[in-house]
Design a protein around this ligand. Structure first.
Ligand SMILES: Nc1ncnc2c1ncn2[C@@H]1O[C@H](COP(=O)(O)OP(=O)(O)O)[C@@H](O)[C@H]1O
Ligand SMILES: [Mg+2]
Ligand SMILES: [Zn+2]
Length: 510
């Protein structure tokens, strides 16, 4: 008998349907899987055989052939265990084929027949829904994320026995999406830093506010101990929660990366990723034998913080250039490519020279050569993609007197939330979310300049020797400054502030 069971696989963060055909015929006992399976799929045979036996079912002593269609794409991972087992049980008459043949199945099996969660369930169930499946049967621990998909009934099973029981008269209640309990305690964590506790550095705080408001890339330069890392840690406190649409995008990536489990089935907190500079190239950009999203994708719709930027491998930094432009990353693989979203805001920090005290002649003993070598780890093209550069000065004794006008993170967050809302209204029909994403066409529409403003820009250009890309960056940042200040049009003051965030190019790299 031949049974066709619907299952799924993922490419990048998109799910697609895979048909699992199970044929059982008389002949020499054998168990074969064809259709470009990788080794994890081949090992499926042992898991399925043992799992079925250990659940009290007879394993057929016959010729079993499993074909995974379409046969021309490589199938990875253990997610076909469950559909293969269902196909075999249907062929043997242990499951009613009529009841299982139009449903979607995915999951790994352990030897005792327990259903184990697999990565990428959310996009797979989305793919199944788009292909017209109405019911998805998945491991219990994947049911939370699967239930985020509107329009499908999700049945979460703990093991084969429950699955068989579900189709033979003891149905399992469909999984319901439960909104995650507010992670309030996380926000109240004592480790969390607040901008109000940062002394001095008003210019840096302002730049970070602008960056968060318009999702602009930002670089902080300053001596050790000036509070760069501290201020980066404050950043999550001023980032608004994700919109539902953004949440779904982020949750799909975490699903593929295997970082979701039932508890936090929908990610609503904006990602803030801070990989160490020793992180491998693959960990940062993604890839691997079974491809996984890297840090730049896990930071999608959020912030990627690279502390001590020049310490990162140059190769890792250069590869950021594509995602910084295209908001996605393409990973080359033996068979084809995988594309992951990577629309992150880059936040970086660095010292101005190897010792960190550049500019204070009594402390800095670095030679010009050493300094150039250090700064040149950041290439011009990468620097060009950073919208705001800001200098964190050494903290002076006087700074430690508390500034009564210093803003709390809560206040700053309220302003960022407002700016985000304004941008999403303005760009509702333009296919972008933030000022940093403005294309040159949209810049002309939304960053209209008067004569005085154009004069300022021309001067800045001559003085700072800016590139065309920098020109557009200045206008986008000026748009955000205007939004924060409640200006409909970019004022000369807004523009001058935006220009000031480019002046370090000249000072350090000029
Ligand atoms: N501007 C500041 N206001 C308050 N404390 C600061 C400031 N700068 C540094 N500190 C203190 O010094 C510590 C080290 O600062 P850090 O953020 O690691 O500096 P950097 O990353 O610039 O080398 C911080 O944890 C904080 O306790
Ligand atoms: Mg630091
Ligand atoms: Zn130095």
């Amino acid at each position: 008998m031949l049974a066709k069971i619907i299952s799924g696989a993922i490419s990048g963060v998109n799910g697609y349907i895979v048909e699992v055909e199970v044929d059982i015929s008389q002949g020499m006992p054998a168990f074969e899987i064809v259709g470009l399976p990788d080794s994890a799929v081949k090992e499926s045979r042992e898991r399925v055989r043992t799992a079925i036996k250990n659940c009290g079912h007879e394993f057929p002593v016959k010729r079993i052939c499993v074909n995974l269609a379409p046969a021309d794409v490589r199938k990875e991972g253990p997610a076909f265990d469950l559909p293969i087992a269902v196909g075999i049980l249907a062929c043997m008459g242990a499951l009613p084929y009529g009841a299982v043949k139009d449903k979607f199945f995915s999951g790994e099996l352990s030897l005792d027949g327990a259903a184990r969660p697999v990565n990428g369930m959310l996009p797979m169930v989305c793919g199944a829904r788009d292909a017209g499946r109405k019911v998805c049967v998945v491991p219990y621990e994947n049911a939370g994320e699967a239930s985020l998909v509107a329009g499908v009934t999700v049945i979460g099973v703990r093991n084969i026995a429950e699955l068989v029981g579900h189709f033979l008269g003891s149905p399992i209640a469909p999984a319901k999406f439960e909104a995650p309990r507010e992670t309030a305690d996380e926000h109240a964590s004592p480790l969390r830093q607040d901008f109000v506790d940062v002394r001095g550095q008003e210019n840096v705080k302002r730049a970070l506010l602008v960056a968060a408001a318009g999702s602009h890339n930002v670089l902080m330069i300053g001596p050790p101990g000036s509070g760069k890392t501290m201020m980066a840690k404050c950043m999550p406190g001023i980032l608004p929660d994700l919109t539902f649409e953004e949440s779904m995008e982020v949750t799909k990536i975490y699903s593929v990366a295997g970082l979701l489990r039932n508890k936090n089935s929908l990610i609503t907190v904006r990602p803030f990723r801070a990989p160490h500079h020793t992180a491998s190239y693959t960990a940062l950009t993604g890839g691997g034998r079974i491809p996984r999203p890297g840090e730049i994708s896990l930071a999608h719709n959020g912030v990627l913080f690279l502390d001590e930027l020049p310490e990162f491998q140059r190769q890792s930094l250069e590869v950021m250039r594509q995602p910084l432009e295209e908001r996605q990353v393409t990973i080359s693989r033996v068979n084809g490519t995988a594309v992951y979203p990577a629309g992150f805001m880059l936040m970086a920090s660095m010292n101005p020279c190897p010792c960190g005290h550049y500019g204070s002649s009594d402390k800095c003993g670095c030679t010009q050569n050493e300094i150039s070598k250090y700064l040149n780890k950041i290439s011009g093209p990468l620097l060009d993609r950073i919208d705001l550069q800001v200098e964190a000065a050494a903290v002076k004794y006087g700074d430690f007197v508390k500034n009564p006008r210093a803003e709390t993170s809560a206040r700053m967050k309220a302003r960022v939330v407002e700016a985000h809302a304004l941008q999403s209204r303005r760009y509702a029909n333009d296919g972008i979310r933030y000022n940093s994403q403005l294309t040159s066409g949209l810049i002309e529409r939304y960053c209209v300049l008067g004569n005085e403003q154009r004069g300022i820009l021309r001067q800045a250009f001559d003085r700072l020797g800016l590139s065309a890309r920098a020109y557009h960056k200045i206008l986008k940042v000026a748009r955000t400054v205007a939004d924060l200040d409640g200006e409909e049009h970019i004022t000369p003051k807004n523009l001058m502030e935006a220009v000031s965030y480019r002046s370090l190019d000249r000072k350090y790299w000029g």
